[in-house]
Design a protein around this ligand. Structure first.
Ligand code: AQP
Length: 346
């Protein structure tokens, strides 16, 4: 997108940043596409910074008390899923001012045309684009700021965020070229695993989303065993038996989705799942998927409930995380201000 020539990259320390919006309760899509992989990256020993992006959440209306609750619930989900707030930095975006400051500078780097091509904006704005917030339009430039204010080099995300990450790369390249510096890394998206795009349980062509009006379309991380079982049993399928190879899933979005969810939860591939279940009916496969989903997700929901009983403990974790995040971001922001030409007292 950026037409300028990229300057050679200085070497940047490997560092991971990613975030999730507290715009509702987290779903199985957030878990398989993002959270589960956040934990894997932490456990690989890479420096990891994870964020509840509450400033992104208010790009669409959020009831203030619900937003607070959802932010704590999101933090509880991170910890219950295996994020250790000592090994990773875990915080909420609005507590570190660098995100907003760099977001504004990037609003002045990114081009209107780049933003207009963002499919997520088009999907979310629909036919109502004159009436949505300016923040929703500028969402990807704040996202670029989230990442680049830490000089993060890798960003684990689900498939739906690929285009935003390409834009983040374009913003870094344009900033570096406009100011003749080699300051921001060109980030690498990490879109990996069998479940990078988990689809709605009611419609295999639509992404599973926390803001879908139908609760039956998703599995929430707070769902209990009964709700998980009921949603999987009712999940849309087709009348054919399961194929024995992955290519047999072509044109069968609901079947592909359930096989992908099984593979994501069990840490295998779709092919491996089909070797085990191919040729069988959905009823048997769904029963196995219920058992697997309950085995993996029920302990997370239990731990979330335990953590949420003490909101002040969660707030303290987020506060400590924010202080650690700020210690990385603030010196980078000072350099940005110098590069841009802002006067600041030393
Ligand atoms: N269905 C999904 N499959 C795989 N990955 C997914 N992610 C979200 N949904 C799926 C990944 O979760 C991370 C956080 O996403 P987000 O909450 O910041 O925003 P989103 O992608 O817009 O998620 P939702 O659930 O659809 O939220 P709403 O409904 O509020 O817009 C990202 O890495 C994303 O890829």
């Amino acid at each position: 997108m950026a037409d300028a020539v990229q300057t050679p990259q200085a070497s940047f320390k490997p560092r991971i940043f990613s975030g999730i919006q507290p715009s509702g309760g987290l779903t199985l899509g957030n878990y398989l596409g993002a959270l589960k992989r956040f934990v894997e990256k932490q456990d690989e020993g890479i420096e990891t910074i994870y964020c509840l992006v509450d400033m992104h959440a208010i790009t669409v209306w959020q009831e203030p008390e619900r937003l607070r609750q959802q932010t704590r619930e999101g933090a509880a989900a991170f910890i219950a899923a295996g994020i250790d707030p000592k090994r990773s930095i875990l915080f909420n975006q609005s507590q570190v001012s660098a995100h907003a400051e760099l977001g504004w500078i990037f609003n002045c780097i990114a081009r209107m045309g780049w933003m207009s091509r963002m499919t997520q904006f088009k999907d979310k704005a629909g036919k109502n684009s004159e009436n949505v917030s300016l923040g929703l339009f500028a969402y990807p430039s704040l996202m670029a700021a989230d990442i680049l204010t830490y000089h993060a080099t890798m960003v684990p995300v689900g498939e739906d965020q690929k285009q935003h990450l390409e834009l983040c790369r374009d913003i870094a390249i344009k900033f570096n070229n406009d100011y003749g510096v080699n300051f921001f890394p060109v980030v690498e998206p990490l879109i990996e695993g069998a479940a990078t795009r988990v689809m709605s349980l009611r419609d295999g062509t639509k992404k599973m989303s926390k803001s879908d009006p139908s609760d039956q379309s998703r599995i929430n991380l707070t769902d209990d065993a009964d709700a998980i079982a009921q949603k999987i049993r009712k999940a849309k399928t087709d009348p054919e038996a399961l194929p024995s190879e992955e290519k047999g899933l072509e044109g069968r979005p609901e079947a592909e989705n359930l096989v992908g969810i099984y593979a994501g939860l069990s840490g295998t591939s779709k092919d491996a799942v089909l070797k085990q279940f191919g040729g069988g009916q959905f009823s048997g496969f769904k029963a196995a998927l219920v058992d697997l989903a309950v085995e993996k997700l029920a302990p997370i929901a239990d731990e979330m409930r335990r953590l949420l009983a003490d909101p002040s403990h969660i707030d303290a974790i987020l506060g400590e995380g924010a202080a650690r995040a700020d210690a990385i971001a603030a010196p980078i922001m000072r350099e940005v201000k110098d590069i841009v030409g802002f006067v600041r007292s030393r």
